[in-house]
Design a protein around this ligand. Sequence first.
Ligand SMILES: [Zn+2]
Ligand SMILES: [Zn+2]
Length: 361
Amino acid sequence: MRIKAAVCREFNRPLVVEEVELAAPGAGELRIRVAACAICHSDIHYADGAWGGSLPSVFGHEASGVVEEIGAGVEGFEVGDHVVVTLIRSCGHCYYCADGDEVLCEGEFSLDRDGPISAADGGHITQGLRTGAFAEQVVVDPSQVVVIPKEIAFDCASLLACGVITGLGAVVNTARVEAGSNVVVIGTGGVGLNSIQGAALSDCGKIIAVDISDEKLAAAKRFGATHGVNSAREEIADVVRALTEGRGADYVFVTVGVKSVIEQAFGLIRKGGTLVLVGMTASGEVAGFEPLTVANDCQVVLGSKMGSSRIRTDIPKLVSYYQQGRLKLDELISGRYPLAEINEAIASVNRGEALRNVIVF
Ligand SMILES: [Zn+2]
Ligand SMILES: [Zn+2]
C-alpha cells in the first residue's frame, strides 16, 4: 500500500516527506496505523550519520497506533487494538530472551533482511530502528508491540515506547536502586526526566538533576528532583559532595551521550557507588577513566540499553502508574507537529527547546 513517510536520503540533510510503498504483513507480522511518533535523540543521531547505517531510511521508533492487519499465525492482537510500538524486537527463545534480557536478543527476523518499505520507484528503503514510524503505517514484529487501554491518548502513549522505558527502566530495572539512595541524573531531557521519575517512584533520598538549561532544571523539579545543578555555572562535584555528607552519590545516571560528561561522572560516585551509562555516544568514541580508582573504591559501571525493559510487563505497569497519577506523560510533550513539519520538529529538538516533540497523524 502507498503511505506517506519522512525519508532520510542523505545524512545531515532535511528528511523528505514522500509516498513510499509498504508491504503487507507477512506471516507472524502486524500492520499498524501510526497515530503518534515522538522524536528521540536516537532518530537524530541516525539521521546525522553518527551511527552509520544504510540510506535511504525511515527513522522513528517511539510510536503508538492502531492494529490494522494481522499476519498469519499472530496471536494476542485484534484489529482495532490500541498499541505502543517499540524498537525492541525479540524472538523469545535465544539465550538472552530465555534469560529475560529481551533488549539483547540475538534472534533473526525476515523483517531485518528484507524490510517492508520501498520507494515509489521500487528502490529499497531501510526500516530504521526496526520500526520506521515517521510514516503513516508500519509493519513490525508482534514482539515489538504492546496493547494499551483505549482511554490513553496516543501522544502520551507513544512516549512509553522509548524515552520513558529507557530513562525509568535504567533506574528500576538496570540499577534497581534502593529506597533512600542519593541519585544524580545528568541531562534532564526526554530520557533524564524519566530517570528522575523512576528515582522518585523508588523513594530515593536526594535526587539531584544536572543540566545546563535552567528551564529543564525547573522541569526536573516538577518531575521529582529534589535539587538542581546548572553545570554551566556550578561545579557539579562540589554540589554533589555537599549534599551527600562529602561521600558522593550512590548512583549517577548519565542520560546524555557525551564523552566528557561520562568522564566527569566517575568523579561523582561514592566508594562502592554505581555509574549507569544510559545515553549513547557516537560510534568509535572512547572515554577515559582511572581503573585504579574504580578497583580501589569498588565502583560499579553499568550499561543500560532501553532501560533493560521487558515491554510486555513493563509498559502495562507504566500505564497503570500513569492512570494513578504517579507517572507524568502529558507534561513531557513540548510540541505536536504534522508529518509535513517533521524537520521543524527536529530543529526544535536540536535547539534544546523540547522535552519531547511528537509527530501526530
Ligand atoms: Zn529512542
Ligand atoms: Zn531472542
